[in-house]
Ligand binder design. Sequence first.
Ligand code: AOF
Ligand code: ZN
Length: 363
Amino acid sequence: MEDQDYMRLALELAKRGCGWTNPNPMVGAVLVKHGRIIGQGYHTRYGELHAEREALKACTESPEGATMYVTLEPCCHHGKQPPCTDAILEAGIARVVVGSEDPNPLVAGKGLERLRVQGVEVATGVLRDACDALNQVFFHFIQTRRPYVVMKYAMTMDGKIATRTGASQWITGEAARRRVHQDRHRYAAVLAGIGTVLADDPLLTCRLEGGKNPIRVLCDTHLRIPLHSQIVRTAREVPTILAAVSPEPGRKAALEDAGCRVWTLPEREGRVDLRALMERLGEENIDSLLLEGGGALNWAALEQGIVQKIQAYIAPKIFGGAAAKTPVAGIGVELPSQAVRLKNTVVVQLGKDFLLESEVDGN
Ligand code: AOF
Ligand code: ZN
């Protein structure tokens, strides 16, 4: 086995932490001595042992002289956990092979430096692209302190998110919908607009076995959400944040009594200022957000530059209808040259449907 093969294993281990480590990274580590794997581990949950210490703990023999493969640069600071560089040095690891460098200002090259100074052989950049891709969310959050926003919608091949009567269940099939629930588990929060709540009365929870519910965030400028909506009725079990502009005190109190948190945010063109909302969510350590908006919210999010990734689920069917809704509404751009540009597009087939995933250029 070569360096890349062990790193691939470390990556597979890291992914097991998906959905549980936010706002910290997913990290995997493998220890190899005389060509044999003697320990492996991954970061299982936010605040718990780091991958490096998990791997050392799992060792079946002395790790002295071993090579450690780790998907992210080992940390060298005291946070919720002591520095991994200390554990590596104490264990007498001879060589450390790293995937991604850690952009966390508390680490950022200092972890590697400390190991090198102490005589550990260090190699970097093994499967770097794959390791970087795994922690896109963490890298964004640690550098901006704002959530990584993924805009998701499902549409027909003629670009409709509902029929002319507003019916939208269902556009895509089973496999595509399962994928959405995986993302509700993976990302820390989900964001929708009051229009969606009034039209569909959704729960916005994760219905996967063993999955985790996202924190529900609703843009509800005038607090119109009904007390009998499914979201309010489950607000005691699933954390729910209502983002409003100058909420009416009685209404606010009633919704708080029902278990919702009500935030007062600045206004932008008569609606909640989304940049301010992102700042506030970042302050609450929410590192990622699945935006399941309607057309108005989606346009506002793009216009305010808060979106990092777009997921378009496309079903091979046609609804037609000039008045049937499309995924991004608002006023739109005037000229093709003013389009929101996307890059790094990936296509996945899910049953009969397709998922097109692109990053927003410049965000
Ligand atoms: C993790 N898990 O496996 C690794 C991390 O507050 P702490 O002590 O948990 O430190 C969190 C930082 O440690 C995190 O931002 C990242 O820079 C670094 N590495 N974190 O949660 C891990 N290896
Ligand atoms: Zn660490």
